[in-house]
Design a protein around this ligand. Structure first.
Ligand SMILES: Cc1cc2nc3c(=O)[nH]c(=O)nc-3n(C[C@H](O)[C@H](O)[C@H](O)COP(=O)(O)O)c2cc1C
Length: 199
């Protein structure tokens, strides 16, 4: 299913078409396409070009690591993400590589790299769904993540599936309209709360 955003202003179709479905097809993602996704993430901007993002990825044919990843998700997310052929963790490194000092922008940059990956996924006709609902402590222990890195989110990646294959309550959520706050509520000029004139 497609769920293209109905926007107030014209935006690039890749941005409008990206969304976070619950319904995935079980078809595996071609390794070359997976490489393209992370290549896109690689070319994201970052503070000091530190590239603080790390991804731990498990594909469904790697049954042991896939199950380990699934076991880190909260039950609601397991209920739909277990169909996705690729699961991953998005991790931000806490310190700059060039001087070892805390990188206040590491998490910002890790999120930005995922945003770039998501657009590449859309361009390849793939879908992805990020998840805050995962057990970070469990992920740290399971995947031997060092103290110098912080797991930020889990992500499911794959091809879009049929909404009708979801349980009824999830179908309702899947079909609900997409919504966003208006530009005037978050684009300010002069001072906080003063909407910019073009909004
Ligand atoms: C950091 C982050 C955490 C999220 N956590 C979850 C989650 O645990 N479970 C879930 O079903 N969706 C999760 N989402 C998906 C959001 O609900 C979704 O992005 C939002 O509703 C906007 O919908 P859209 O991505 O289709 O535009 C998360 C998204 C982000 C960016």
């Amino acid at each position: 299913m497609k769920k293209t955003a109905i926007t107030d202003h014209e935006i690039h179709p890749l941005i409008a078409q990206r969304w976070s479905p619950l319904a995935f097809d079980s078809k595996l993602v071609e390794p070359e396409k997976l490489a393209q996704l992370f290549e896109a993430a690689r070319w994201s901007a970052s503070c000091f070009n530190d590239q603080p993002w790390v991804f731990i990825v498990a594909t469904k044919d790697d049954t042991v690591n896939y199950q380990k990843m699934l076991d880190c998700l909260v039950p609601f997310n397991v209920s739909w993400a277990q169909v996705a052929p690729v699961l991953g963790l998005v991790i931000a490194q806490k310190n700059f590589k060039h001087n070892g000092k805390p990188n206040a922008w590491g998490e910002y940059d890790a999120g930005q790299s995922v945003a770039t990956l998501l657009l590449q996924a859309t361009a390849l006709d793939l879908v992805a769904h990020q998840m805050g609902g995962f057990d970070a402590e469990k992920a740290i222990a399971t995947f031997n993540i060092p103290e110098t890195a912080r797991p930020m989110a889990a992500i499911a990646i794959g091809y879009a599936g049929e909404t009708s294959n979801l349980p009824t309550d999830l179908q309702e959520r899947e079909n609900a309209p997409r919504d966003r706050y208006p530009l005037s509520s978050f684009v300010f000029t002069g001072e906080w709360g003063n909407s910019a004139s073009f909004t």
